[in-house]
Write a protein that binds this ligand. Structure first.
Ligand code: OAD
Ligand code: ZN
Length: 246
């Protein structure tokens, strides 16, 4: 079966690089983007230039974020996260590349510098001008007091969740580190991503072109199933649960 073949490939691999998307966190209660009921089936994304240009867009963006706070703060790592953390402790996985913003790889046991966050992190905020970071509690208090999304106390530019929005530049260090990992691994496993958002979606093919074997685990077909060595079209928790170890 697919899971047995995955087990063989994991056993034989020296350097495994997982590449995760929102599907690894749905069992943790966090909706993905493109499944029925997903974030982008309910709300249109707010582009970065809209956020910069409009107080109304910033207010709406923060209202959406506050509405998700109970979900994000209650979420615990799922079986997928825990399986990857086990393989990390076993020395098989040097670091994880993720499109996710939910901090759950860190919560499962990866040190912060072993999680390459291509799309940032929603558990804290950052000034888009000077980069000063803020806790969400501070943003919430200011929003409640002023009835509007706050600006930076240092430079007066807008404060945004520390995520990458559509139209915003990709983080350079993370892109560089993800490139090096994709090129160095011998097994690349894309987990829970529709693989439609670029440049992130370029890493599976980059790994494949550098000689890695490519596995895709996703319950729906993805854009890149045809280049994979193995496609497991099944639930992530069930597929990776057997790899949760000590
Ligand atoms: P998507 O919502 O596009 O894809 C998630 C995939 O996971 C879907 O194909 C689901 O079928 C699958 N899935 C969900 N739960 C699963 C489960 N329990 N088992 C197996 N498969 C499951 O999310 P991403 O590909 O992560 O970026 O989205 C990529 C980017 O688009 C995000 O990082 C975000 C978004 O816009 C930005 O906003 C910049
Ligand atoms: Zn600032």
């Amino acid at each position: 079966s697919g899971v047995e073949r995955l087990g063989d490939m994991i056993a034989r691999a020296k350097i495994i690089v997982p590449f995760t998307g929102a599907g690894i966190s749905t069992e943790c209660g966090i909706p993905d983007f493109r499944s029925p009921g997903g974030i982008w089936t309910r709300n249109r994304p707010i582009q970065f230039d809209e956020f910069v240009a409009s107080q109304e867009a910033r207010d709406e963006s923060w209202r959406r974020r506050f509405a998700m706070e109970e979900v994000f703060s209650a979420a615990k790592p799922g079986r997928g996260h825990r399986a990857l953390a086990s393989l990390h402790r076993a020395g098989k996985i040097p670091a994880v590349i993720t499109q996710n913003i939910d901090n759950l790889h860190q919560a499962s046991g990866f040190a912060a510098d072993r999680v390459i966050e291509l799309h940032g992190n929603t558990t804290y905020a950052r000034c888009i001008g000077c980069g000063q970071t803020y806790q969400l509690d501070w943003v919430k208090r200011r929003f409640d007091a002023d009835g509007a999304a706050p600006n930076c106390t240092a430079c007066d530019e807008p404060v945004k969740t520390a995520t990458i929005s559509f139209g915003q530049a990709m983080p350079e260090d993370e892109m560089q580190r993800a490139t090096e990992l994709a090129q160095a691994c011998d097994l690349f496993i894309a987990i829970g991503s529709s693989l439609v958002v670029w440049p992130a979606a370029g890493f599976p093919m980059m790994a494949k072109n550098s000689g890695a074997r490519l596995v895709i685990i996703n319950r729906e077909p993805t854009e890149q199933d045809d280049i994979a060595d193995l496609v497991i079209r099944h639930d992530i928790g069930e597929t990776l649960g057997p790899f949760v170890g000590n």
